[in-house]
Design a protein around this ligand. Structure first.
Ligand SMILES: [Fe+2]
Length: 204
């Protein structure tokens, strides 16, 4: 489709190949292995793109908080590009029925994954425990599957280029976000939110 070719080619050769391969892997089957197949493609993009390709140069020099680089007209997946200054990151959340890939092109971010203590599923007070915290460095991608609670924190003092691949538009679905009861102790600047008591909020 001509308009797609223009929009991806403008981002550069590696990005265009990434989108072509991503479309092919979605066409091959949307089963449980899709997020892992997509992860490998995003890792290749992050490892192989030089800093002077259009998309990477743009993110490195313009440093946008969030920029939609591509939205697929057939499958609905979205590739976002971000510049995260040191300590940037929000509160624990999930992406509802959709999955997400977080990857780093330059810099480093830590992402914690959480679980509700007691396994509750409703809104209101809940306690979160940290399941794991991983550090993403350039070329590393982590998937977060439907319902998996997570939160990133940028740790590189120079800032980080983060590529987020969304399996669908999360702005149009209701999903859980977790508001800390004690933000002063639960939102440390230099690491992801801690375990503790949160308020589960279900909204768009
Ligand atoms: Fe997320």
């Amino acid at each position: 489709m001509a308009t797609q070719e223009v929009s991806t080619l403008a981002h550069g050769r590696h990005f265009t190949r990434f989108v072509e391969e991503m479309r092919a892997t979605w066409a091959a089957g949307q089963d449980a292995s899709l997020s892992e197949r997509a992860r490998r493609l995003l890792e290749a993009l992050l490892r192989e793109t030089p800093e002077d390709e259009a998309w990477s140069h743009q993110l490195l020099t313009e440093r946008p908080t969030a920029r939609e680089l591509y939205r697929d007209p057939d499958y609905g997946f979205i590739q976002m590009g971000h510049f995260h200054p040191a300590h940037y990151g929000g509160t624990p959340h999930e992406h509802g029925p959709h999955w997400v890939l977080y990857g780093v092109y330059r810099g480093a971010i830590d992402i914690s994954k959480y679980r509700r203590v007691g396994g509750g599923t409703g809104t209101g007070p809940t306690e979160l425990e940290v399941v794991e915290t991983v550090r993403l460095t350039p070329g590393v991608v982590m998937p977060y599957l439907p319902g998996e609670i997570h939160s990133p924190r940028a740790v590189d003092p120079e800032g980080s280029i983060v590529m987020r691949f969304l399996s669908a538009d999360i702005d149009v679905v209701e999903r859980y976000r977790y508001k800390p009861f004690d933000p002063a102790s639960q939102l440390p600047e230099t690491s992801p939110p801690t375990a503790g008591r949160y308020e589960a909020i279900f909204s768009r």
